[in-house]
Design a protein around this ligand. Structure first.
Ligand SMILES: [Zn+2]
Length: 214
C-alpha cells in the first residue's frame, strides 16, 4: 500500500511519460490509453472541448487507494466493535489461529464459529461447562473475534456485571445486549443460583429466544 506522497510521486512520474497522440489528445506513455477525451459542446462554454480522463494506470491506482481506504475504515469499525464486545477485558486478542494449545472447548467453538450463519438462523447457542482453567473463556472469546472480524456485533459479559448494577442501568444494559446477534455470558458461576441471578438469566434467555424481541 502506498502513502499519499508515494502516490503523488507515482502520478507525476507517469505524467512525465505522457505524449500527444495523432488525434492531439494526451496519452499515457505506460498503458497507451488517452488521458483526455473530447466532449462536443464544451468548446463554446469553456473554450476547450477536452475533459480529463483516467488512463488504466490511474484507474488501477485509484482503485487501490479506494480499496485501502475501505479496508482502513473496516478495521476501524472492527476495533470499535471489539472495544464494545470486551469492554477492556484481556481476551481481545484471543483467536483460533493464535491459540497454541488445542482443547475440546476450542475445537467445539471453532466449529460453532465456522457454522455461525446456520447457528444464528436456527437460534442455536452453545453451553460450555467444566472446571476453571480449561480454556472456556478463551474459546468463547475466539468465537467473538471470529465474528467481529466479519463485522458481526458480539458482546461478552460476566453475569456479575449485570447483578452488580442498579435496576435502571440493568434494564438499559439488557436492551443493548439483546440487540447483538451473539451474546456470550462468561463466568456463569454460582450467582445463577440466587433468585436475582435466575431472574436476569431468564430475562436474557426468554428475550433472546424470540428474534422479534431483539
Ligand atoms: Zn496509464
Amino acid at each position: 500500500m502506498k502513502n499519499d506522497r508515494e502516490t503523488k510521486t507515482l502520478l507525476s512520474e507517469k505524467r512525465e511519460a505522457e505524449y500527444v497522440g495523432e488525434d492531439g489528445l494526451r496519452y499515457c506513455g505506460i498503458c497507451q490509453e488517452p488521458r483526455e477525451k473530447v466532449v462536443p459542446g464544451l468548446l463554446s462554454l469553456f473554450g476547450t472541448d477536452r475533459r480529463p480522463r483516467l488512463c488504466r494506470c490511474q484507474r488501477t491506482l485509484l482503485e487501490a487507494q479506494e480499496q485501502e481506504e475501505r479496508e482502513r475504515k473496516k478495521q476501524e469499525r472492527i476495533l470499535r466493535l471489539r472495544e464494545l464486545c470486551f469492554q477492556g477485558a484481556s481476551l481481545e486478542d484471543a483467536t483460533f489461529a493464535g491459540s497454541t494449545v488445542d482443547s475440546p472447548p476450542l475445537e467445539r467453538c471453532r466449529r460453532y464459529a465456522e457454522a455461525w450463519a446456520e447457528a444464528c438462523e436456527a437460534h442455536i447457542g452453545l453451553l460450555l461447562w467444566g472446571p476453571p482453567g480449561t480454556g472456556k473463556s478463551y474459546a468463547a472469546a475466539c468465537v467473538a473475534n471470529h465474528l467481529l472480524q466479519q463485522e458481526i456485533p458480539v458482546r461478552m459479559i460476566k453475569l456479575t456485571q449485570l447483578l452488580n448494577c442498579g435496576f435502571r442501568e440493568r434494564e438499559e444494559t439488557l436492551c443493548r445486549l439483546l440487540r447483538v446477534p451473539l451474546l456470550i455470558i462468561d463466568d456463569y458461576g454460582m450467582e445463577r443460583e440466587t433468585e436475582y441471578g435466575l431472574e436476569i438469566t431468564f430475562s436474557l434467555l426468554i428475550a433472546g429466544w424470540n428474534p422479534e424481541g431483539r
